[in-house]
Write a protein that binds this ligand. Structure first.
Ligand SMILES: [Zn+2]
Ligand SMILES: [Zn+2]
Length: 371
């Protein structure tokens, strides 16, 4: 009888617990559903390459070369990569190390491997041989890479911007995702952070296919040659102007509200942090080597970074100019009432995939414990 009661309580909590994704509900990492901690990210195997250097050979190197090719560090001309740690790989790693403020050794030292394994934005760091990261700021004598334009730095080299008559942008959400208002409000806050410092404005519209910015959650290969890769790895990507595509990996454990640093999932990713970054791409910004900048490419789990830095602000203002109301502060926190509405309500409903996955997993865990 007691057992039946306990099961009933567990089922009731599964069915009626608030589905808002919030650390308030999942405060302890110990409550992560069993099995999740065994999941490996798509780049975890790079750990085995630690210590490799030029002249070595490994069957793990073709995958690393594919990674470096995707992010712009190796030429796109090759489709079959060898297992050799050759000179072009060494040069690519040197450029990568320069961009990520690492010791430029050209070797796969532990710090470099650790950085490569981190979850990050799917947008390449180097596009058409051009980068706004450190390697793009090299002196003319720098010749550590294959990329012909590394010594011709200009802030948005090759990056288009929205034309002057198109600075009041509309955005909409992919109807199939059926996103909750909670999730949509996270993007609204993220858009506000940029419009508070520059002249671009954003307004939500229901007309997805007519909107300037189209935001959607996708899984795996979704038809744009930039497939997502499950939990971790590539978190999201967005196109430069005037494409307006902002794609988010539906497989991540997105945290919509609450303290992501206290979230119960070891893989929790703060949605607003990633949204602010991707909107930077939508507006024409590339990646930055400033680790505190929003436009820094990687975003570790269980961290929150939503404040535009001077680096981000000077970049966007160089593209479009400053918002007349911008007071020069690097703080871009939206008005207090907006923040409160989003983060403090425990009665919110969320249709986000992670909340559903988590509650299902939590229910199974409870049932397993009880039975
Ligand atoms: Zn990015
Ligand atoms: Zn995509």
């Amino acid at each position: 009888m007691t057992l039946i009661c306990l099961v009933a309580i567990a089922m009731t909590s599964l069915l009626f617990s608030p589905t808002s994704v919030s650390a308030h509900f999942f405060p302890s990492i110990a409550s992560t559903p069993s099995g999740l901690n065994d999941i490996t990210g798509p780049w975890d195997s790079f750990r085995n390459l630690s210590g490799f250097h030029a002249g070595d050979k490994s069957d793990g190197l073709p995958k690393l070369k594919h990674y470096l090719q995707h992010f712009g560090y190796l030429s796109n001309s090759k489709s079959n990569h060898t297992e050799d740690f050759d000179d072009s790989l060494k040069a690519a790693i040197e450029t990568y190390q320069k961009n990520f403020n690492l010791n430029v050794s050209g070797e796969l030292d532990p710090q470099t491997v650790h950085q490569i394994m981190r979850s990050r934005c799917g947008v390449p760091d180097i596009i058409n041989g051009s980068t706004t990261m450190n390697a793009g700021k090299a002196t003319p004598s720098y010749n550590g890479t294959n990329f012909h334009s590394v010594s011709h730095y200009s802030f948005v080299s090759g990056m288009p911007r929205w034309p002057n008559n198109k600075w009041d942008l509309t955005y909409a959400f992919r109807p199939e995702n059926q996103l909750s208002n909670d999730v949509k409000s996270v993007f609204s806050l993220a858009f506000d952070r940029w419009s508070s410092v520059t002249v671009i404005t954003f307004s939500q519209t229901e007309s997805f296919y007519d909107s300037d910015i189209q935001t959607g959650f996708f899984v795996g290969d979704h038809g744009d040659d930039s497939p997502f890769d499950g939990l971790q790895g590539r978190l999201a990507h967005a196109n430069p102007p005037t494409s307006g595509k902002l794609h988010v990996d539906d497989d991540e454990h997105w945290v919509v509200s609450g303290d992501v640093t206290a979230a119960s999932s070891a893989f929790a990713v703060d949605l607003e942090s990633v949204a602010v970054h991707e909107i930077g791409h939508l507006l024409g910004l590339g990646h930055s080597s400033e680790i505190d900048a929003i436009m820094y490419p990687s975003h570790p789990v269980r961290t929150r970074k939503v404040e535009l830095t001077k680096d981000d602000i000077s970049g966007i203002q160089e593209l479009y100019g400053a918002n007349p109301t911008y007071n020069g502060s690097s703080s871009t926190t939206p008005p207090a009432q907006n923040v409160g509405e989003t983060s403090s309500s425990s009665a919110q409903k969320s249709g986000s995939p992670w909340s559903l996955k988590f509650n299902f997993g939590l229910g199974l865990l409870l049932l397993r414990m009880l039975l």
